[in-house]
Design a protein around this ligand. Sequence first.
Ligand SMILES: [Zn+2]
Length: 173
Amino acid sequence: MHSQNKRSGNQPKLVLCTCSRCPRTLYPEEEDDEDGCKTSFACRDHENITPKFQYCLNASITDDTNTTDVVIYDETMTDALRTECRVMVLDKGNIDQKVLPPEISAVIGVPKLFELTKRADNSISVNGISDTPDTNVLQPKSASTSTSLTPQTPDPKRKRPMQDVPGEKRQKM
Ligand SMILES: [Zn+2]
């Protein structure tokens, strides 16, 4: 299923970091140590955790006829942004989960081609985001099948070269 024209209906909600031992979302805390100010992620219930940096974006996709709430998971976001979540948070300093990184804000309201898949729990996830303009918007009523062309064998440990998204310059909001 292909859908076009992303527009932000509800404010997109982004989770960047979770506990390695529970699903809790972790928020950054400023911490003073000998080297100066440092950002750390701590879980209320667990000590000595390793923060798990993974994108999880709740957003809406709008086309001519309706709006669909979707979840965009880590691999798709990493592909679309060409930036791993850890890099986005730690190296680029996008540590405030309530503020969308400019790389994500730049995509809001811009027509994109989305590959959607309905999951077992009836939520809809995005398998791919591309810039391919498609004037013939497919609009099947049922979202039970995926037309994804990418092999469904994701390797979360896959490393990809770091590169900036073309034509996209960092801008502070
Ligand atoms: Zn925890």
